[in-house]
Design a binder for this molecule. Structure first.
Ligand code: NAP
Length: 251
């Protein structure tokens, strides 16, 4: 178990973020459960507190500078210096390039890149002061290119460059930064993709599993386990890495 620290997980009302928040709380951290709608965070907070952990719900749009500043200030006041940050909040606005609107491009860049930038900038002030920090950014196998996801692929590749630069700049302050690049994880996000392509979710899962070397799709807990390690004290010599958690290798 790591030293007890304050961890911030964005987009933690559901899916991967929720599993990461629950896991970091089980690891002994107090957790700020951040999502767009504060009331939507209640389920995650209840799951953590029912298991004996400590968590607060924080409503914030990670792409809004003022909301991020207020959220991080509140987290520091209520839970202590946020020195563990998981930038997980994400959206998809898929379309082929010729049909993709500028709004769809900007929205995806806003949540993933602007959001990770704002959250990390706000939290690094505490991390550098505490001489300890762990940043984990959610990338994706889509960073390698994916039909219908010009916006998302660019954002997720951007997350990798952002992560490596954080590792270089903040290492001397005891801060590590790593990215997790999941493959297919069973969440509402992949359910929405199945709906968009007009395939029942169970069929989409079964078809996808056949293409994955370990012959199953991922679960949010698979990502939470990796995040748990990267946020731990013992991961202090792992920095600037992109870990593909996809049931098989990726180039
Ligand atoms: P999800 O089920 O759609 O959950 C994403 C969460 O982020 C939602 O609760 C959403 O809130 C929240 N969110 C969206 N915009 C936000 C904003 N501006 N500020 C704060 N919170 C915001 O997605 P997921 O599948 O768990 O994915 C989590 C992360 O993993 C994302 O970064 C995603 O790109 C990445 N990822 C997922 C997969 C996969 O297969 N599922 C694969 C690779 C990477 P609302 O419900 O209010 O919109």
């Amino acid at each position: 178990m790591s030293t007890q620290r304050t961890a911030v997980v964005t987009g933690a009302a559901r899916g991967i973020g929720r599993a990461v928040a629950v896991r970091l709380a089980a690891d002994g951290h107090q957790v700020a459960v951040v999502d767009l709608d504060e009331s939507a965070c209640a389920g995650t907070v209840e799951e953590i507190t029912a298991a004996g952990g400590r968590a607060i719900a924080v409503g914030a749009d990670v792409s809004d500078e003022a909301q991020v500043a207020a959220a991080v200030e509140r987290i520091a006041a209520e839970l202590g210096a946020p020195t563990v940050l998981v930038n997980n909040a994400g959206i998809i606005r898929d379309n082929l390039l010729f049909k993709m609107s500028l709004d769809d491009w900007d929205a995806v860049m806003g949540v993933h890149l602007r959001g990770a930038f704002l959250m990390t900038k706000a939290c690094q002030a505490y991390m550098t002061q505490e001489k300890h920090g762990r940043v984990v950014n959610l990338s994706s196998t889509s960073a390698l290119g994916n039909r219908g996801q010009a916006n998302y692929a660019a954002a997720k590749a951007g997350m990798q460059g952002f992560t490596k630069t954080l590792a270089i700049e903040l290492g001397k302050f005891g801060v590590t930064a790593n990215a997790i690049a999941p493959g297919f994880i069973q969440t509402e996000m992949t359910a929405a993709t199945a709906e968009r392509v007009g395939v029942p979710f169970e069929d989409f899962i079964a078809y996808s599993a056949k293409e994955i070397p370990v012959q199953r799709v991922g679960q949010p807990e698979d990502i939470a386990a990796t995040a748990s390690f990267l946020c731990s004290d013992e991961a202090g010599f792992v920095s600037g890495q992109v870990i593909y958690v996809a049931g098989g290798p990726r180039d």
